[in-house]
Design a protein around this ligand. Sequence first.
Ligand code: AMP
Length: 412
Amino acid sequence: MYPQSSLSGRGRKGARPMFSSKNRRGPQVKSIDPNKFINKATPIIEETPFVPEHKFVDFGFDKRLQFNIDAHGYEHPTPVQDGAIPYVQEGRDLIGLANTGTGKTAAFLLPTIHRMLRHEVKRCLILVPTRELAIQIEEEFRIFAKGLSLYATLVVGGASINRQLSQLARKPQFIVSTPGRLKDLLENYGQRIDDFDVLVLDEADRMLDMGFIRDIRSIMSNLREERQTLFLSATITPDIEQLITTILKDPATVSVRKGETSSHVEQDVVRVEGGKEAKEEKLVELLSGPEFKKVLIFGETKWGVQKLADRLNQRGLRVAAIHGNKSQSQRQKALNDFKSERVQALIATDVAARGLDIPNVSHVINFDAPKQYEDYIHRIGRTGRAGQMGMALTFVTSGAASFEPPRPGGRR
Ligand code: AMP
């Protein structure tokens, strides 16, 4: 067990928030009431199992594709697959409201591969927020497209442009891309995408959060009007709604967002007196607990994440870091080391961790509390997956160092 004394007691939900915006002077920075980081997990037994309407064979997929699905061991569609596949097969535009871990990748890949095998569509562009998500999708594509003479190319930042250009010259049917790099190739390298007739925007809310909206719009202006657009997002914000109305035609909606993934996650705060050093000490103490087997730690800044990882490694712990200042191969290595449990912990920024599918994360630790509650939900959704219980701990400093906004002209 983690050291009880440092954790809040159970049933603190009604307690007074530690950091109330009323008490602050200076500019208002919203911080999340720490009581929102405390929640008892719902026992897994309470969940009613999902009964899919279809079996994979009911979708009537091309035999060669069905062979690959069988070979991969998928028997029953997940809810988002169950709902979305028939619409995508029909050629409808789609709004899929689903998080990572719901099987959303296969929900758009399988029917699109099927339609390509039937010559109903020719080429598919998949836009995603991060390189890691692009890699994951490409890996999944390879499994399903095995032996089908369909190819995918990754077009992502941090990798050789020349290599990507020569791969694109071979006209792969699928491009999996982050918006920045693709825009660069369109604007500066004369690439064209006007023969793509399927567009997938995966984790669209994340792409918008990351400020990709202009790149996305600019990329879309290079696409043909007659196309099928599949829009996947975990949330619908007013910005998203506006984007949806301008780019989708008569979309079908499939939502599997029920109660988020956090119901199986025991959530608590770890109250720490003092600043960064005290938090580091507490983290080291927690990581020495035997149940802290595969721990995903979130920090706020790239710099802070790297520094924390360096310090923990110096102290003899096995940790890796993942953030935007690392090269793609460094990020991939960190991820692989974590997935295969060569390291005990992965320290990440929100952006770098987006969309990653990492099985069996035992704990999520918010070393720095997230700024947005939505980020919190995303973070803790990395544990308590696939029918297992998970635990999320959020560090709350009573020194208020990470909550207090700087006061103009004042001392901190
Ligand atoms: P995704 O939400 O697409 O990232 O998928 C989450 C995980 O679920 C991945 O590891 C998939 O390989 C897996 N998965 C997706 N669909 C199925 C299915 N129908 N049966 C079993 N596993 C699946």
